[in-house]
Write a protein that binds this ligand. Structure first.
Ligand SMILES: O=c1ccn([C@H]2C[C@H](O)[C@@H](COP(=O)(O)OP(=O)(O)OP(=O)(O)O)O2)c(=O)[nH]1
Length: 163
């Protein structure tokens, strides 16, 4: 992943949003953690991986990818909030043996660990678990980056439209 570029783009978007809403000096950490947890729930919902009671198929890949990159936004934003630098992010994403449902639980667990610890190693574990989910869902790094670039742009437009 092009972490330098993603961090730069996220930093600029966050600054734009915080300026617009008069939040430049606010501690947004906990709100971003809740936002991330909600996004992970929305993502799980689109995959329908845990819906043992239903035979409806999952949403289209593009829809799931859009939800996935909302989570990437908040993970990057949390790293920036903590003062981490992209050069510090060395991920070891190895094929998880977990099914999608268990990988979602692992991601939730890593969010909670990171929320308590707020340190680099728990952040890296969270990022790796979330990208493990991407692997499980069949997204390449290239697809994730392209979808991130598109949604980043949409987020500017939404701010402009008084969203
Ligand atoms: O400081 C911030 C705040 C938000 N976002 C981005 C992340 C995500 O891509 C989007 C918020 O998610 P979404 O687009 O799902 O917003 P929503 O308000 O939950 O959407 P909807 O009204 O469709 O439910 O804003 C940031 O990047 N930085």
């Amino acid at each position: 992943m092009q972490f330098e570029k993603l961090f730069e783009m996220q930093k600029a978007l966050d600054r734009h949003i915080e300026e617009k809403h008069g939040l430049l000096n606010e501690d947004l950490f906990n709100r971003k953690v809740v936002a991330l947890l909600v996004e992970i729930g929305e993502l799980a919902n689109e995959t329908r991986c845990f819906k043992f009671w239903s035979v409806k198929p999952s949403s289209a890949k593009e829809v799931i990818l859009e939800e996935f990159v909302d989570g990437i936004h908040f993970i990057l934003s949390l790293g920036i909030e903590c003062g981490f630098a992209p050069a510090q992010i060395e991920l070891n994403v190895h094929g998880s043996s977990l099914n999608a449902t268990d990988q979602f639980l692992r991601v939730y667990e890593q969010v909670n660990i990171f929320q308590q610890a707020k340190n680099l190693s728990s952040y890296i574990d969270l990022f790796a678990a979330y990208l493990g989910l991407a692997e499980q869902l069949g997204f390449t790094e290239e697809e994730i980056e392209q979808a991130y670039f598109r949604k980043n742009e949409v987020n500017y437009q939404r701010q402009q439209n008084n969203y």
